[in-house]
Every structure is written in structure tokens, then in C-alpha cells.
Design a protein around this ligand. Structure first.
Ligand code: TXA
Ligand code: MG
Length: 353
């Protein structure tokens, strides 16, 4: 580690393979040693890459905020590998939370609990609660077990930009800011976890994600979608502090358009300016003859759209797109999370064609 003029840590960031928790055990053990030493490690999860530190070490956690350029009032998710690890971190686990954990852990669900004293206030940005998730990716699990501590880990992007779904995305954002990135290839879900809190025993979705409202309702009997995915969402109270910040934004301006394939193609034809790109469904591409375009999946495959979304937004930045005209997804199932990210990227504006 060296120090630059601003006294910020500069690392020669190492990229090591971690595709297989058995074969790449040495690299995972090395990463675990860094965690024990209070350092940061970027690691793959099934949702997006995370930038992890020992959740019980306040100084290590502070490094996450510095490396990401993250506002201090935006709390982190704590990652665990087994149910027993949950109890010391929280004051209470309700029966509905237990049912949801049984159904969806390990997996893309984050639950908010009353925080125990074991969790430093900085992890939760001073809130009385803590967000906990048990990831299903074998490398996340192996890293948590080898470290012997829960990992506080936000998405491994610089604050504000799209979450990383490849190790390369994390390297582009955090090169020189972290000592190690474990490369586990492309992430399966491609969108961050669903974040829920509880109100009178009813799960409330603060951030839609890989686990859908329908799936939660099936297990809990009820669900409230709190995340106000409407044009007025910006003015809504910030129940989940992270939701008030600008998010998922590529450098290009994002314009979200809802309509049929024909309406979308016509809009592109009539409004296309130099530097514009279309981000559309596979089926739209043959109609988009007047504008360069990229697909983010098939129209009816919302899981594919979720997997591709952030990667395509980053690819459009690489193309130096000035403006991206996006064909809006159907906000059902995982599509609700895809839509949520795009609406935020488009500053909550959607044009009805
Ligand atoms: O899939 C994911 O959740 C990824 C991977 C790495 O696990 N992590 C992730 O973390 O997306 P992050 O920090 O980018 O997003 C965490 C979200 C933020 O919107 C934050 O405000 C919210 O969870 N959050 C964390 N703790 C909270 C709390 N105690 N109460 C309410 N919201 C909370
Ligand atoms: Mg994030």
C-alpha cells in the first residue's frame, strides 16, 4: 500500500480467480486473511459483486465508505453464511422473518432487523436496525466461513454508478482503492437483492430485487410494495436511506419510453440525435434501423433483462453514448426491479408513447 497526496490508500489491486470454492480455495483463504486484517475484498455474490469488510470492525467498515465514495448515512448489508450467525447480530427474529429465511435464504433477500450491540453503529449509519442477507453464491459462503466473521458489503461500484455484474466492472470502478478482487465470472441475478422491513408482521419491500413480491406474498401471506416506483418517488420519505441517492446512473442521459415495439421504433426515428443509442428488447432490433442499438434481453424474459441491465448500461458508456433511449420493461415479477433501476437512472421520468 502507498499513500498519494490526498492521503488516500492506493493499492496495486490484485484480481484472482474464484470460480470454484474448492479449486480456488487458496485465493479465498488469502481473501479471508485480508478480511481478518481489517482490509477490503471485492467478492462475487449471486446478485452483484460486493465490497466486503469485517462487519464487526468499525475501522474496516469505514474503509468501505471511503473506497466507494459512499455517503456515511447510507447503511450497509451484513452477509452471513448460516442461520446461527444471525441471532447475535439482532435483537429479535419474528416468526414471519424465520419463514422467509427458510424459504429464500441463502438467496437474493435482505431483511431488516432490530440491531444488537454487536453491530457497530457505522454499519447501519446510526439506525437502530441492521440489514442482513445470506448469499447463495458458493464463493460468498466460503469467504464468510473462512473469515469467521459476518461481512458488511455494499455493491462494489463507485457510489452512484451501476452495480458490478462482472469482476471487470468492479476493477474499472475501484482499481487502486481495494487490495483484492475475487473474480467469479458473471453474476446470476444481475440486480441487487430485494430489501424488506416489517411493519406489524407484514413484509414491506423497500427495494425490489431478485425475490419478487409474489414470492414473498406466497410465504408471508401478505406484502406491501413500499418502494414508490412512481414519478413522485423522489419526494417520498427515504424509508431506506439508500433510495434517496442517485443510483444506477451511466454517464449517458437515460430516457425511458413505454410503448409497443413499433411506437418505440417510430420515436427513435423521429427524435434520434447524434450520440444517441437505443437500449431495447431483442425483438425490437430489426425495427431500429435509424439508431445504433443494444439489446438487454427478450421482451418476455425479465430474468434475462435483470442479468443484462447493468452490463449493457456500462457497455453504452464505453461506446460514449450521450443519450440512451430505453424501451421500458414490463414491471412484473423481477421486471419490477428492472423497471425500478431504469426509472431511477432516468431521474423518475417515463414517457408514455
Ligand atoms: O444484492 C445485494 O443486496 C448486494 C450484494 C453485494 O449483497 N448489496 C447491495 O448493497 O446492494 P447496497 O449497499 O448497494 O444496498 C443496500 C441497500 C441500500 O439501499 C440501503 O439504504 C439499504 O439496503 N439498507 C441497508 N441497511 C438498511 C437499514 N437498516 N434500513 C433500511 N435500509 C437499509
Ligand atoms: Mg449499491
Amino acid at each position: 500500500m502507498k499513500d498519494n497526496k490526498e492521503n488516500k490508500a492506493i493499492f496495486d489491486t490484485q484480481l484472482l480467480p474464484a470460480f470454484d470454492s474448492e479449486k480456488d480455495k487458496n485465493n479465498i483463504d488469502y481473501a479471508a486473511q485480508l478480511i481478518k486484517d481489517g482490509q477490503l475484498v471485492v467478492f462475487p455474490t449471486e446478485t452483484v459483486y460486493g465490497i466486503g469488510a469485517n462487519a464487526l470492525n468499525e475501522e474496516a467498515v469505514l474503509k468501505i465508505f471511503e473506497a466507494k465514495g459512499r455517503p456515511q448515512d447510507n447503511p450497509l448489508i451484513v452477509h452471513i453464511a448460516s442461520m446461527e450467525e444471525l441471532y447475535p447480530l439482532v435483537r429479535e427474529v419474528s416468526s414471519v422473518a424465520k419463514k422467509l429465511a427458510e424459504a429464500f435464504w441463502p438467496g437474493a433477500l435482505t431483511m431488516i432487523f432490530p440491531r444488537s450491540e454487536k453491530i457497530p453503529a457505522r454499519v447501519s449509519a446510526g439506525l437502530d436496525t441492521v440489514a442482513v442477507r445470506m448469499p447463495s453464491h458458493p464463493v460468498s459462503k466460503a469467504l464468510i466461513i473462512a473469515s469467521g466473521v459476518p461481512l458488511a458489503a455494499p455493491s462494489a461500484n463507485r457510489s452512484g454508478s451501476p452495480s458490478p455484474t462482472l469482476a471487470k466492472h468492479a476493477l474499472d470502478d475501484l482499481n487502486g482503492r481495494v487490495p483484492l478482487i475475487l473474480d467469479g465470472g458473471g453474476t446470476e441475478v444481475g440486480l441487487e437483492s430485494t430489501v424488506i422491513s416489517f411493519e406489524n408482521g407484514i413484509p414491506k419491500i423497500l427495494r425490489p430485487g431478485g425475490i419478487t413480491p409474489e414470492q414473498i406474498r406466497e410465504v408471508a401471506g401478505n406484502v406491501v410494495v413500499e418502494s414508490k416506483i412512481t414519478p413522485s418517488a423522489q419526494q417520498a420519505p427515504a424509508y431506506s436511506p439508500g433510495l434517496k441517492y442517485k443510483h444506477y446512473t451511466p454517464k449517458a442521459q437515460v430516457v425511458l419510453l413505454r410503448g409497443t415495439a413499433e411506437e418505440f421504433a417510430t420515436y427513435c426515428k423521429e427524435h434520434c440525435q447524434p450520440g444517441d443509442w437505443a437500449m431495447a428488447f431483442e425483438e425490437d432490433l430489426p425495427l431500429l434501423t435509424t439508431i445504433p442499438s443494444m439489446s438487454y434481453g427478450h421482451h418476455n424474459d425479465v430474468r434475462e433483462q435483470g442479468r443484462e441491465l447493468f452490463s449493457v448500461l456500462r457497455a453504452l458508456d464505453d461506446k460514449e453514448a450521450k443519450r440512451v433511449l430505453v424501451h421500458a420493461p414490463t414491471p412484473k415479477g423481477v421486471g419490477l426491479a428492472v423497471y425500478d433501476r431504469l426509472l431511477r437512472a432516468a431521474s423518475f421520468k417515463e414517457i408514455q408513447l
